[in-house]
Design a protein around this ligand. Structure first.
Ligand code: SAH
Length: 226
C-alpha cells in the first residue's frame, strides 16, 4: 500500500514513522510519504491560506494550493484523482472513521490523506478534490496531522505482517470475529492483586470454556456500549 499524507507540518510525522508497526510495514514494502503543501504553492512567500469570504475569524486553506500540490505529486489533473485513488480530506464534520472503514482502507492499493489547519479547507477541496471527508470524532483538533496518524495507525496495523503477531489483529474490538463488539477483558499476573482475583475460569486451562466466557463478556460490553 502507498499512503501519501499532505500537510503543512511534515515534521509532526517523524516520531510516528519510527514506531514499530509502522517500521514493520515499511520494511514489508508499504510506503508512507509526506508532502508539504507549502513546497508547491502557486502563491508568493509560501502563502497557502486566505481570509474567508463572508467574513469571520481565521484563515481558510485555498483550493488552488491543494490542487497544485496534488498535481505536482501525481502529474495529472487532480479533478481526475478521486476516480483513481481514495483521497481523504480530514475534517471534524466528516464521516466518522471507524474499524469497518479502517478495514476497507487496508484493502486499498493507495490512499491520500489531506490534513487541514486553521479554519480548514475551502469547501471545494471536499467537493471536487477529495473522494471522502472523514472525521476521527466529534471534537476539534488544531490540525489534521493527529487525525491522519490515527487513520494511518488503524489501517497499517491491519496490514499482514505489520503487528508481527497475526492472531491479535483478528480478534480485536469491533472485528467480525467478535461480531463487531468490543474485546473481552484481559488479565495477567499477579493472579490476585489487593484482594482482586483474576476470574477463576481463565486459570482453569479449559480452552472451550475460556472462549465461551470471553465471547459472553465481549457481547455484554457490546450491549452496554452507547
Ligand atoms: N473550523 C473547523 C475546524 C478546523 S480545525 C470546524 O469547526 O469544523 C483544523 C483542521 O484540523 C481541519 O481542517 C481538519 O483537517 C483537522 N481536524 C480537526 N478536528 C478533526 C477531527 N475531529 N477529525 C479529523 N480532522 C480534524
Amino acid at each position: 500500500m502507498r499512503i501519501d499524507v499532505f500537510t503543512l507540518f511534515p515534521a509532526w510525522f517523524g516520531w510516528f514513522t519510527e514506531q514499530r508497526h509502522v517500521r514493520n510495514a515499511l520494511r514489508l514494502g508499504h510506503e508512507l510519504e509526506f508532502v508539504d503543501f507549502r513546497q508547491t504553492t502557486p502563491l508568493k512567500a509560501g502563502q497557502v491560506d486566505d481570509t474567508p469570504y463572508g467574513g469571520g475569524a481565521g484563515m481558510v486553506i485555498r483550493v488552488d494550493v491543494v490542487e497544485a500540490a496534488l498535481r505536482a505529486r501525481y502529474g495529472i489533473d487532480p479533478i481526475e484523482l478521486p476516480a483513481r485513488r481514495r483521497v481523504f480530506a480530514l475534517s471534524a464534520g466528516g464521516r466518522r472513521f471507524d474499524d469497518a472503514l479502517a478495514s476497507e482502507l487496508a484493502a486499498e492499493p493507495a490512499l491520500t490523506l489531506l490534513c487541514g489547519r486553521y479554519e480548514g479547507f475551502d469547501e471545494r477541496v471536499h467537493d471536487h478534490l477529495a473522494s471522502d471527508v472523514i472525521s476521527i470524532g466529534q471534537y476539534v483538533l488544531s490540525g489534521g496531522e493527529l487525525a491522519a496518524m490515527v487513520v494511518c495507525d488503524a489501517v497499517i496495523r491491519k496490514l499482514p505482517g505489520a503487528l508481527g503477531h497475526e492472531e491479535s489483529a483478528l480478534e480485536e474490538s469491533f472485528s467480525a470475529a467478535l461480531e463487531g463488539a468490543p474485546e473481552y477483558p484481559h488479565y495477567t499476573r499477579p493472579a490476585e492483586w489487593r484482594g482482586h482475583a483474576v476470574p477463576e475460569i481463565l486459570l482453569s486451562g479449559d480452552h472451550a470454556r475460556v472462549r465461551e466466557w470471553r465471547r459472553a463478556r465481549s457481547r455484554e460490553r457490546g450491549a452496554a456500549a452507547p
